[in-house]
Write a protein that binds this ligand. Structure first.
Ligand SMILES: [Zn+2]
Length: 525
């Protein structure tokens, strides 16, 4: 292990799933575990095999998987009170999981021993001693999680120290100091670690903190500065209550800002993808403002900022976004001047100098924003608008008319039918289609009509529809703004539409989406 090596211990699959919205099937857990292994995480805590059948199934399936970099770890508690370790069902399940490493937690706060477990303080120490020694005798690498360690130390430093020392003396390979309630302050973490270091070498120690004061990442960093060599946490900070330490931020800070060694550089460039992947599997929308990897992490909106960043990105960025696989974004909004639009055009690969289109596009964007449009998240619409302004793209069809009917009967669910008539170069096409909602039906009918002329439309489909009711101040006439996400498998793009009528707003966004697809395929040729 190199001098500055910090081990990354992921508990997304165990502690992360304590988060209110987070659930993974056993199959999803396996997918995540493989991904974490790919990015060279050192430990992956897969679950608590004794606690539920799903985790048991996960460990069963994991037996067939070879992890290249990570040690798969199973989690459990120490043995139950007043029984022998070999008779404890928790420890039995732990051993049956057949993982190279195991983590067991024990109480280090006397209050938990006397008031919650309601057992003798000495029996708690015996439970720790017996369990660690038993698991070591089975050839396991044993990590001991000293639960509530910092609260325990504040209340009774002597007993908390004895707990950690007992585990160490029984053969534990690592002692993990936990701030289970998430209430510790960074200076307390530093002070207590300094004191405990006389009993437990911090080179064998790890930190596991919760984010109840918004300090989980700061506390993890403080612990590393204090000398611990392992950080436990979850990807995206998922976890009980306010979550665990977000490993993405922990790694970003330790490796990029503090030049320590957590993962290979190639893995650091995967952090943005990893964060999105976990959000996707958890089915939780990614947090735009997530440090390092969020979509907004390197987004610039104010005109002054944008013109400065185009001169030197250091002016408003603490690091290069590419280091973590993220990218700089310039948001086009009513705060934008010409520099924003010019920058954006460049990023989209459109030459607005052609036909002196810059002024025209700025003017048009401002007018549309006045109606309630927002292009921040709608690069697809903006791209189409710009390409039309320089004459690189013309409307691929004319709409003659459309109608949508939505009906439901007692027996049948709500169903929408759309009829649409378009013309391409004078040739008319009339089609009808159904959908589970009006936008869906319109999308089906329009694509059906157009596929005859533009077969590549078959490749694309809608991914997400977001509808936002506009406040009076957001547009001259109150209405709705629709944002559509579409994909053709190789790219994801967003388009937008605004109207007083939700169907019409969706229609505009739909047209932009199809035009975007056609315009990008045209360029490819
Ligand atoms: Zn925890």
């Amino acid at each position: 292990m190199t001098k500055n090596q910090i081990l990354i211990y992921d508990t997304t699959l165990r502690d992360g799933t304590q988060g209110e919205q987070v659930t993974f099937s056993a199959e999803e857990k396996l997918r995540i575990a493989r991904r974490l292994d790919d990015v060279h995480f050192h430990y992956i805590e897969g679950g608590w095999p004794g606690s539920n059948p799903k985790d048991m199934r996960f460990f069963e399936m994991a037996k067939a998987v070879t992890f290249k970099h990570a040690k798969l770890t199973a989690f459990s508690s120490t043995r139950k009170p007043y029984i022998r370790p070999e008779a404890c069902p928790n420890l039995k399940a732990l051993i049956n999981a057949q993982t190279p490493a195991v983590a067991i937690f024990g109480k280090s706060w006397d209050l938990h021993v006397t008031d919650i477990l309601k057992i003798d303080l000495e029996e708690n120490l015996a439970m720790i001693r017996d369990s660690v020694a038993y698991l070591k005798s089975k050839g396991k690498e044993v990590l001991f999680d000293a639960e509530h360690f910092f609260d325990g130390y504040k209340n009774n430093p002597r007993y908390a120290t004895r707990v950690a020392k007992t585990a160490l003396d029984a053969g534990a390979d690592k002692i993990i100091f936990c701030d289970t309630n998430g209430g510790a302050m960074p200076h307390e973490i530093s002070d207590i670690l300094k004191k405990i270091s006389t009993a437990v070498p911090l080179g064998l120690a790890g930190i596991h903190v919760h984010n109840d004061c918004g300090l989980a990442v700061a506390n993890s960093v403080a612990a590393v500065l204090g000398g611990v060599k392992m950080v436990q946490g979850t990807v995206n900070g998922y976890g009980e209550r306010c979550g665990n330490a977000d490993l993405i931020s922990v790694i970003g800070n330790l490796q990029i800002k503090m030049k320590m060694n957590c993962l290979p550089a190639e893995s650091i460039r995967q952090l943005t993808n990893l964060s999105l992947f976990i959000s996707d599997v958890a089915n939780i929308p990614p947090l735009m403002s997530r440090p390092f990897v969020g979509r907004s992490a390197f987004a610039h909106k104010g005109g002054v900022h944008v013109s400065a960043v185009t001169k030197n990105s250091l002016a408003y960025e603490h690091m290069q976004p590419e280091l973590v696989g993220n990218s700089r974004r310039v948001l086009v909004s009513d705060m934008a001047g010409k520099s924003n639009i010019a920058y954006k055009a460049k990023a989209l690969g459109i030459d607005l100098d052609k036909k002196n289109a810059l002024g025209k596009v700025v003017h048009q964007v401002k007018l549309m924003e006045d109606k309630g449009y927002q292009f921040d998240a709608a690069d697809g619409s903006l791209s189409v608008l710009m390409k039309k302004a320089i004459g690189e793209f013309v409307e691929p069809f004319n709409l003659e008319c459309f109608s949508v009917v939505t009906s439901r009967t007692l027996e049948n669910p709500c169903l929408s039918q759309a009829t649409i008539k378009i013309s391409v170069n004078g040739e008319e096409e009339l089609t009808a289609a159904e959908g589970n909602g009006p936008v869906n039906a319109l999308d089906h009918a329009l694509r059906k009509a157009l596929t005859k002329f533009y077969p590549q439309i078959k490749e694309m489909h809608l991914v997400d529809i977001k509808v936002r009711t506009l406040e009076g101040s957001e547009g001259t006439a109150a209405g709705v703004r629709v944002l559509l996400d579409s994909t053709d498998g190789s790219e994801l793009w967003s388009t937008t539409g605004v109207s007083e009528n939700i169907i019409e707003a969706s229609w505009h966004a739909l047209i932009d989406s199809i035009e975007y697809k056609l315009s990008k395929d045209k360029k490819k040729k």
